[in-house]
Design a protein around this ligand. Structure first.
Ligand code: MLT
Length: 201
């Protein structure tokens, strides 16, 4: 997968896996990753799907309606990519924290739904529930931050709560942060994610 990797100064820190929103690319969230942890490795990936020229991590049938087959295929592709990147760049595969926005948060959430120990934790900015009716692997206290907007048309407040409840029921330690705006990522939300990250990693 197309990506950039920046080696951090402190190899005891997690490697931050950055996953952009629809229409983004591997460069978009690098500044955000550095803001969250300036000493961590950064692995920032571009989604392999194109929707009218806009990169995404998996196909959708309509806004908010996912192509489930592609979601599963792309989740495995991303998981395999992280495994390979850990070997190539020699970082600790067991210490990867995802930071995703929107479509990137959705595939990060699906990695958690699908695979045990695939991520040490995650910061999910404006995620949806990736799938329903599936049994989640046990998370054993994995820390997850969810940033949500009270007026997010893509993701109603009840869906953010549903995602929190599903992750928590599987053992994750979830913090749900609210702002009163829509789908956008605000500076206050980034600050809240950073404060949370500093207490967890
Ligand atoms: C998705 O397709 O993942 C969601 O609708 C969010 C987005 O627009 O990327």
């Amino acid at each position: 997968m197309k990506h950039v990797f920046y080696k951090g100064d402190d190899q005891s820190k997690p490697t931050l896996l950055l996953l952009h929103g629809t229409g983004g690319n591997e460069h978009d969230l690098v500044g955000l990753g550095k803001e969250i942890d300036g000493a961590a490795n950064i692995l920032s990936v571009r989604g392999n799907v194109l929707e009218n020229g806009m990169p995404r991590f998996f196909k959708r049938l309509a806004e908010g309606v996912f192509d489930m087959e592609d979601l599963m295929f792309r989740s495995e592709e991303l998981k395999n990519f992280i495994d390979e990147a850990a070997e190539n760049y020699e970082f600790d595969r067991d210490n990867v924290v995802a930071i995703g926005y929107s479509n990137g948060a959705n595939i990060a959430a699906n990695l958690l739904f699908e695979y045990k120990n695939v991520l040490k934790g995650a910061i999910l900015h404006h995620p949806m529930v990736p799938r329903r009716g599936v049994e989640l692997p046990a998370f054993a206290d994995a820390p997850v931050f969810i940033g949500a907007g009270k007026n997010d048309h893509m993701c109603p407040a009840t869906e953010s709560e549903e995602l929190r409840d599903l992750l928590q029921a599987a053992g994750a330690k979830v913090e749900l942060y609210w702002h009163s705006y829509g789908h956008q990522l605000t500076q206050d939300e980034v600050q809240a994610a950073k404060n949370w990250y500093q207490t967890k990693f």
